[in-house]
Design a protein around this ligand. Structure first.
Ligand code: IPE
Ligand code: IPE
Ligand code: MG
Ligand code: MG
Ligand code: MG
Length: 294
């Protein structure tokens, strides 16, 4: 399989599905829908929804059955980016190559659009109960809630902000990365597979895989903040340095950060040993996570 074609084709599939899944009725204020759509349609790699699809495929499932979950994960991720860019947080002006949500719609609407994306995501996950075993749908709902909230991404964002301008230990940095980025990535691949009927052993292996690529994803993001360009990233290069963030390159140096990311990705691929060629997309996505330029 060709990863480039795979990513492009699934990105388009997810974007089409997202466009038709956003709820609105005649009483829904247009402004907030416009702000939600602005950030959802701005682009991005769509790596979390693609991991949902690839996780389902790895265990023999069909992508159509997990599409609402894929859309939900991208909505949660987009909400996290809208809030991450706010003046009270990273205070960034560019995201996905466009002015950030609060720069276009104002801070209040940006906060509310993020809130609404989060709520909409959980509505879509709840609807899974109509097509798969409702018990599994409820389990996924709970898994995604944990990965998103104070024990996951939100918790990681708190540690991230508290660690600005400080030197933290490598263990604390790993914890920060695992929470703010790792958990949502891990739950994407694991819940995609759960939705498609994965066995306990498959779930265990995919959990190890997801945890590893999640950590590597944020190490790569830290590296790109230094080595990437604003034009290519679609977000301001050097934002971490400007805000004195705790990052891998800042703490252990660039060379060691790259070595660690490669080692973590090797561990991720090893975790897939029990899977056949249906997991090849997951194997290639793992390598892509550290070779990407944006
Ligand atoms: C950026 O995520 C924020 C992190 C958690 C590192 P992505 O690199 O997936 O951003 P998009 O979705 O492609 O814009
Ligand atoms: C993002 O971390 C984590 C989120 C939960 C959004 P960053 O602050 O490093 O993400 P970018 O670099 O702004 O995309
Ligand atoms: Mg941040
Ligand atoms: Mg940021
Ligand atoms: Mg970053």
């Amino acid at each position: 399989m060709d990863l480039h074609n795979y990513l492009n084709s699934y990105k388009t599939t997810v974007e089409t599905a997202m466009a038709s899944s956003l709820y609105a009725d005649s009483a829904t204020p247009k402004k907030v829908v416009e702000a939600m759509t602005y950030s959802l349609e701005a682009g991005g790699k769509r790596i979390r929804p693609i991991l949902v699809l690839a996780g389902a495929e790895a265990v023999g499932g069909s992508i159509n059955d997990v599409m609402p979950l894929a859309c939900a994960m991208e909505m949660i991720h987009t909400f996290s980016l809208v809030h991450d860019d706010l003046p009270a947080m990273d205070n960034d002006d560019l995201r996905r190559g466009k002015p950030t949500n609060h720069n276009v719609f104002g801070e209040a609407i940006a906060i509310l659009a993020g809130d609404a994306l989060l709520a909409e995501a959980f509505r879509l996950i709840a609807k899974l109960g109509e097509t798969i075993d409702p018990k599994v749908a409820i389990e996924i709902l709970s898994d995604v809630a944990l990965a998103t909230g104070h024990a996951g991404m939100v918790g990681g964002q708190v540690i991230d902000l508290e660690s600005e301008g400080k030197t933290i230990s490598v263990d604390e940095l790993q914890q920060l990365h695992q929470l703010k980025t790792g958990k949502l990535i891990r739950v994407s691949v694991v819940s995609g597979a759960k939705c498609a009927g994965a066995t306990t052993q498959q779930i265990e292996s995919l959990t190890t895989y997801g945890e590893a690529i999640g950590l590597a994803f944020q190490i790569a993001d830290d590296i790109l903040d230094i080595e990437g360009s604003t034009e290519q990233l679609g977000k301001p290069q050097g934002s971490d340095t400007d805000s004195n963030k705790s990052t891998y390159p800042a703490l252990i140096g660039m060379e060691e950060s790259k070595r660690l990311a490669t080692q973590v990705i090797d561990d991720a691929i090893t975790a897939l040993e029990g899977f056949d060629e249906k997991a090849d997309p997951l194997r290639k996505i793992a390598k892509f996570i550290i070779s990407r330029k944006k």
